[in-house]
Design a protein around this ligand. Structure first.
Ligand SMILES: O=C(CO)COP(=O)(O)O
Length: 149
């Protein structure tokens, strides 16, 4: 058994807007061996495409415009997601822009490693975080929030 087999399973949420789905699929293909080691979540269409393209199980949530971004945001707040890959579209307005902003906001609040482009996604997958020696939940915001509850 190689040391890579000992990697802890992370919970990865993966999302892409329509104009960036091809780029995401390309990235996912290039990283299929790494992705296969983790638990994958995706918004409706992204999740379906990933599942079919990679032949890996993906836990599918609602499509983004129907609430999928909000579902992932809730999972982040409940500490049920470890990392977000979100290829959002910087060139086209989305009908559910408030949901997108809310998801990006919660990722910052909860100090979730988040990649919005391929370069950062590559850095995240090759980072020590994937080997488990980074405590993502240590954030001033979560300390603040927990004190308030
Ligand atoms: O709209 C999305 C994220 O904001 C993604 O939704 P789909 O994966 O269903 O296309």
């Amino acid at each position: 058994m190689t040391s890579r087999n000992l990697l802890p399973r992370k919970r990865l949420a993966i999302v892409a807007h329509d104009n960036r789905k091809a780029e995401l699929m390309d990235w996912a293909h290039d990283n299929i061996a790494m992705l296969a080691r983790h638990e994958l979540y995706g918004t409706g269409t992204t999740g379906k495409m990933l599942e079919e393209a990679l032949n890996l199980p993906v836990i599918r949530l609602l499509s983004g415009p129907l609430g999928g971004d909000q579902q992932i945001g809730a999972m982040i707040a409940e500490e049920r997601v470890d990392m977000l890959i979100f290829f959002w579209d910087p060139m086209a307005a989305q009908p559910h822009d408030p949901d997108i902003k809310a998801l990006l906001r919660l990722s910052v609040v909860w100090n979730i490693p988040m990649a919005c482009n391929r370069a950062t996604a590559d850095f995240l997958l090759s980072s020590p975080f994937m080997a488990g020696d980074y405590e993502a939940r240590q954030t001033d915001y979560s300390t603040y929030i927990k004190r308030k509850v």
